[in-house]
Design a protein around this ligand. Structure first.
Ligand SMILES: [Zn+2]
Length: 63
Protein backbone atom coordinates (compact mmCIF):
# COMPACT_ATOMS: atom_id res chain seq x y z
CA UNK A 1 0.00 0.00 0.00
CA UNK A 2 2.97 2.30 0.61
CA UNK A 3 4.95 1.27 -2.42
CA UNK A 4 3.36 2.77 -5.55
CA UNK A 5 5.31 0.36 -7.78
CA UNK A 6 3.30 -2.50 -6.34
CA UNK A 7 0.01 -0.76 -6.99
CA UNK A 8 0.15 -1.26 -10.73
CA UNK A 9 -3.21 -2.21 -12.22
CA UNK A 10 -3.58 -5.18 -14.49
CA UNK A 11 -5.96 -5.62 -17.40
CA UNK A 12 -7.52 -8.84 -18.62
CA UNK A 13 -7.06 -8.78 -22.39
CA UNK A 14 -9.95 -11.17 -22.83
CA UNK A 15 -12.73 -9.02 -21.36
CA UNK A 16 -10.94 -5.79 -20.35
CA UNK A 17 -11.62 -6.28 -16.67
CA UNK A 18 -9.09 -4.25 -14.69
CA UNK A 19 -7.64 -5.62 -11.48
CA UNK A 20 -6.99 -2.69 -9.17
CA UNK A 21 -4.64 -3.47 -6.27
CA UNK A 22 -6.22 -0.68 -4.24
CA UNK A 23 -9.53 -2.53 -4.37
CA UNK A 24 -8.32 -6.11 -4.49
CA UNK A 25 -11.05 -8.69 -5.02
CA UNK A 26 -12.71 -9.34 -1.66
CA UNK A 27 -15.17 -11.76 -3.25
CA UNK A 28 -12.24 -14.07 -3.91
CA UNK A 29 -10.50 -13.38 -0.63
CA UNK A 30 -8.08 -10.81 -2.05
CA UNK A 31 -7.98 -7.88 0.38
CA UNK A 32 -7.58 -4.28 -0.83
CA UNK A 33 -3.90 -3.40 -1.13
CA UNK A 34 -2.84 -6.70 -2.67
CA UNK A 35 -0.32 -6.22 -5.47
CA UNK A 36 -0.91 -8.17 -8.66
CA UNK A 37 2.20 -10.25 -8.08
CA UNK A 38 0.79 -11.37 -4.74
CA UNK A 39 -2.52 -12.51 -6.20
CA UNK A 40 -2.56 -16.33 -6.18
CA UNK A 41 -2.35 -18.22 -9.47
CA UNK A 42 -5.71 -19.76 -8.67
CA UNK A 43 -7.42 -16.38 -8.83
CA UNK A 44 -9.69 -15.99 -11.82
CA UNK A 45 -11.04 -13.00 -13.67
CA UNK A 46 -14.51 -12.26 -12.27
CA UNK A 47 -15.81 -11.45 -15.75
CA UNK A 48 -14.50 -14.19 -18.03
CA UNK A 49 -13.27 -16.71 -15.43
CA UNK A 50 -9.82 -17.13 -16.89
CA UNK A 51 -7.30 -17.97 -14.17
CA UNK A 52 -4.26 -15.88 -13.44
CA UNK A 53 -2.10 -18.92 -14.18
CA UNK A 54 -2.99 -18.63 -17.86
CA UNK A 55 -0.15 -16.81 -19.62
CA UNK A 56 -0.57 -13.93 -22.02
CA UNK A 57 -4.02 -12.89 -20.86
CA UNK A 58 -3.23 -10.40 -18.09
CA UNK A 59 -1.18 -7.33 -18.89
CA UNK A 60 0.25 -4.89 -16.36
CA UNK A 61 -0.68 -1.25 -16.92
CA UNK A 62 2.62 0.28 -15.92
CA UNK A 63 2.16 3.30 -18.22
ZN1 LIG B 1 -11.41 -11.39 -18.03
Amino acid sequence: MKDPEKMIRCVCLECHYIYDPLKGDPKQGIPPGTAWQDVPESWHCPECKITKAKKGVFKLLDE
